[in-house]
Design a protein around this ligand. Structure first.
Ligand code: ZN
Ligand code: ZN
Length: 204
């Protein structure tokens, strides 16, 4: 739903940037997106079946800050996974798929090599296990927030509303990653600042 909404907003709102070659490079994009959506679902199911006791405790109410801690830890793990994916052998075999578009839109949040989808979710589930087990509500909140951030980061939208500063910032930061390099973290710029990989980000 979030992908469809963000894609349709491009009719009303300008995309931050657009490359003339983008449409040419993305043959089979929707097939790939459906494949990755299925792989993501399967990874959750396998993770819960095998490691459910570490992830979810249905009888427990998590503290309000538990999902925030999980997402921060995930962002650190994802930062290093993403840097590893830019190591030439992994870029050539795995991450190149996602970088076929230099100015992504929401649907490209799932335009990946399936191995990258599994690796990202393993980092998320490991972060949940490290902080958790989480209550059922907190588990669902983290899973939904993770998907939503991933869509918004790729949405390439510039919404002219002050309240949308965070989503505009996410879009601009990740657009800069696709068109040049740096900005390996998604949720917070903290890890890029700390490890010296912040890219110059132009806001629309
Ligand atoms: Zn990348
Ligand atoms: Zn991306």
């Amino acid at each position: 739903m979030a992908i469809a909404l963000c894609q349709s907003m491009h009719i009303k709102l300008p995309r931050l940037r657009r490359a003339p070659s983008d449409g040419v490079l993305i043959d089979g994009r929707y097939r790939n997106v459906v494949l990755n959506g299925s792989v993501a679902l399967a990874t959750y199911v396998v993770g819960i079946v095998l490691f459910g006791g570490y992830l979810i405790d249905a009888d427990r109410a998590s503290r309000w800050y538990a999902p925030i801690l999980v997402l921060l830890l995930y962002d650190l793990g994802y930062y290093w996974l993403h840097r590893a994916l830019h190591w030439r052998p992994l870029m050539r075999r795995v991450h190149w798929v996602h970088h076929r578009t230099s100015h992504p839109t929401a649907v490209d949040s799932l335009y990946l090599h399936p191995l990258e989808t599994v690796a990202g979710l393993v980092v998320l589930l490991a972060s949940m296990a490290a902080i958790g087990p989480l209550g059922a509500g907190a588990f669902i909140a983290v899973a939904v927030a993770h998907s939503l951030v991933n869509v918004l980061v790729h949405a390439n939208l510039s919404v002219p509303v002050r309240l949308a500063w965070l989503t505009n910032h996410w879009s601009a930061r990740h657009d800069a990653h696709h068109s040049s390099s740096g900005n390996f973290g998604n949720i917070t710029p903290l890890w890029d600042w700390l490890f010296g990989t912040s890219a110059c980000t132009q806001h629309a």
